[in-house]
Design a protein around this ligand. Structure first.
Ligand SMILES: Nc1ncnc2c1ncn2[C@@H]1O[C@H](COP(=O)(O)OP(=O)(O)O)[C@@H](O)[C@H]1O
Ligand SMILES: [Mg+2]
Length: 361
């Protein structure tokens, strides 16, 4: 039994999804016998009054009201609570990208989910691709365009893209919820799409369009990572864009996906290797694009995946035999173990310095 500080809401466009995710997690934590301490972050980044956070978790509020003013003084809400472990479920920027994980590290409280480096690496699609490629894992072929070179010579950048047969995908390197992503049907549209993506990040990825299926696998573990059954997303539109995700909800989420055993096993093995390649632990949802059985690509890795009642991550574990309560319990346990190991590593450095100094005296 632990006192779990559940951090939710946040500054990204996924604020409301986070509130929904937090509700599922709160229920599961309580079912597992843990005590939930609600910690809400408003859309302006301020930490809110605990009474408001409690109301949002109870279903009275769909989102937390902005507080106004600087964020720093509101941090006392986090610093004042007495918890054994923090469970951040803030999706997107300022939550999933290593920043919140860094805050948890600084205040030295165990936290659920992967660490600073792997969170940041997974959030940046270009960095993630580079790490995955280096590990020999399959990613969609791409070019990286940065603001500096595009501003200096857009023609030179566009020349580098001539090897791509349209349609192509243009994406901000850091982002989520499909914001800033376009599927470009003709070369003429490339320039405007890159300019659009540069509104959201300083680096833009241009990659081949993969015609095929979108599959997802949930990963869980610490030293030993495990993979769940496979799920499938069938987009309601041209691709799984922002409107499809949150406005129209036309997409279909199928779990388990209809796949042969060999492909399932291959996806599970790649999912585990991919998260390991980023140095991850805790949880991740690894998303794939499958052109054919022997053409599987990792699309992206989400380290704080959606956790709503219909989200793929908990659903995939449910059909793999792990209830929500068991799942969050495992995550809390991993957080505690990781924190102990992190302290041991820190002691290792201090002991080593002490030995070195003792040898010299
Ligand atoms: N190379 C690609 N080929 C085909 N579809 C793609 C490709 N890249 C992205 N998509 C589509 O766009 C959606 C959003 O892209 P994704 O890279 O997952 O960004 P986000 O981090 O915003 O979810 C995917 O779910 C998929 O439907
Ligand atoms: Mg995605």
């Amino acid at each position: 039994m632990a006192n779990v500080g559940l951090i939710f809401g946040g500054r990204s466009v996924e604020h409301q999804v986070s509130v929904s995710s937090a509700r599922t997690i709160a229920g599961a934590l309580e079912a597992a016998g843990h005590q939930v301490v609600p910690l809400g972050i408003a859309p302006d980044g301020c930490w809110v009054d605990p009474a408001l956070a409690t109301r949002a978790l109870a279903g009275d509020l769909d989102s937390l009201p902005s507080v106004g003013g600087p964020i720093a003084p509101t941090l006392r809400r986090l610093l004042q609570v007495e918890v054994d472990v923090l469970f951040p479920i803030v999706h997107g920027t300022w939550g999933e990208d290593g920043t919140l994980q860094g805050l948890c590290e600084m205040i030295d409280v165990p936290y659920v989910g992967t660490g600073v480096l792997s969170s940041a690496a997974a959030m940046d699609k270009a960095v993630a691709k580079q790490l995955l490629e280096a590990a020999g894992l399959p990613v969609v072929g791409y070019e990286l365009i940065d603001r500096r070179s595009f501003t200096h010579s857009p023609e030179e950048c566009l020349r580098r893209l001539e090897r791509f047969e349209p349609p192509v995908f243009v994406k901000p390197s850091v982002g989520g919820s499909s914001v800033g992503i376009t599927k470009v049907p003709h070369r003429e549209g490339l320039r405007a799409s890159i300019e659009n993506a540069l509104r959201f990040d300083d680096r833009v990825i241009v990659e081949h369009n993969i015609t095929g299926r979108e599959l997802e696998c949930a990963v869980l573990g610490y030293q030993q990572l495990e993979a769940s059954a496979i799920g499938e997303i069938v987009a309601g539109k041209e691709f799984y864009d922002y409107a499809d995700k949150y406005l129209e909800e036309g997409a279909e989420l199928i779990a388990p996906a209809e796949l042969d055993a060999a492909t399932t096993e291959r996806l599970q093995a790649i999912a585990v290797e991919a998260f390991a390649a980023l140095g991850g632990w805790g949880m991740a949802r690894v998303d794939f694009l499958l052109e054919s059985a022997d053409r599987i690509y990792i699309n992206e890795i989400n380290t704080l995946p959606g956790f709503t009642s219909i989200s793929m991550y908990p659903r995939l574990w449910e059909i793999s035999g792990l209830s929500n309560a068991q799942l969050v319990d495992r995550l809390v346990d991993i957080a505690m173990r990781r924190h102990r190991d992190r302290q041991r590593l820190d002691r290792g450095i201090k002991d080593w310095i002490a030995e070195l100094t003792a040898d010299r005296s």
